[in-house]
Design a protein around this ligand. Structure first.
Ligand SMILES: Cc1cc2nc3c(=O)[nH]c(=O)nc-3n(C[C@H](O)[C@H](O)[C@H](O)COP(=O)(O)O)c2cc1C
Length: 165
């Protein structure tokens, strides 16, 4: 079910006209027509999680868990490597007990390499053991915990009882 759901999630997102908002419209850059700058000397790099990255931007968690989503993770990881920016993988819950699925997450570390930043991802109901497995799977530099109650509420067989979960 998780594998089907992940594919549907991508397909639904690609089909929808909703493109979200980058919030870039909320950023105001005051104009400076005489900047005393040499463009080639502009340094966009910064430090994050103890590592130097090319830009203060990251590719956020989206997918993984099947051959279909492995292709997407391969392409996103290639982009992250090229720009030297961090990437978070989609929820690894699907791969905790399924070695076959874990390849679609491992590929991100393989492409980005040990010097880059790869972030693990799990849901809020994960155990400490799950967290260790998810981090080990991709030598995660950090772990994102996603809390997506609204999505669970509308998903078929979503987790809606958090009192006993
Ligand atoms: C197709 C798709 C799959 C996603 N899967 C995950 C996921 O597995 N884990 C997670 O933490 N967030 C997931 N997200 C949420 C994104 O990481 C991000 O938080 C969300 O899209 C909001 O950012 P945006 O407004 O730039 O889209 C997913 C988003 C999309 C569009």
């Amino acid at each position: 079910m998780r594998r089907v759901r992940k594919k549907e999630h991508i397909e639904n997102y690609l089909k929808t006209s909703f493109k979200g908002d980058t919030l870039m419209g909320d950023i105001y850059l005051p104009h400076n027509s005489l900047p005393e700058l040499n463009f080639d000397e502009i340094d966009t790099s910064t430090n994050f999680l103890g590592k130097k990255i090319g830009y203060p931007i990251l590719i956020n968690a989206m997918t993984g868990g099947s051959v279909f989503t492995q292709e997407i993770n391969r392409d996103l990881a290639t982009l992250a490597k090229e720009l030297d920016i961090p990437m978070a993988v989609g929820s690894q819950t699907i791969a905790l007990d399924d070695e076959e699925s874990s390849e679609s997450f491992r590929i991100v570390r393989e492409i980005i390499g040990s010097k880059g930043i790869v972030i693990s991802n799990l849901g809020g109901l994960s155990t400490l053991d799950d967290a260790k497995k998810a981090l080990d799977m991709i030598q995660g530099d950090a772990l994102q915990i996603h809390l997506n109650l609204a999505q669970e509420m509308v998903m078929e067989k979503g987790i809606v009882n958090l009192r006993e979960s």
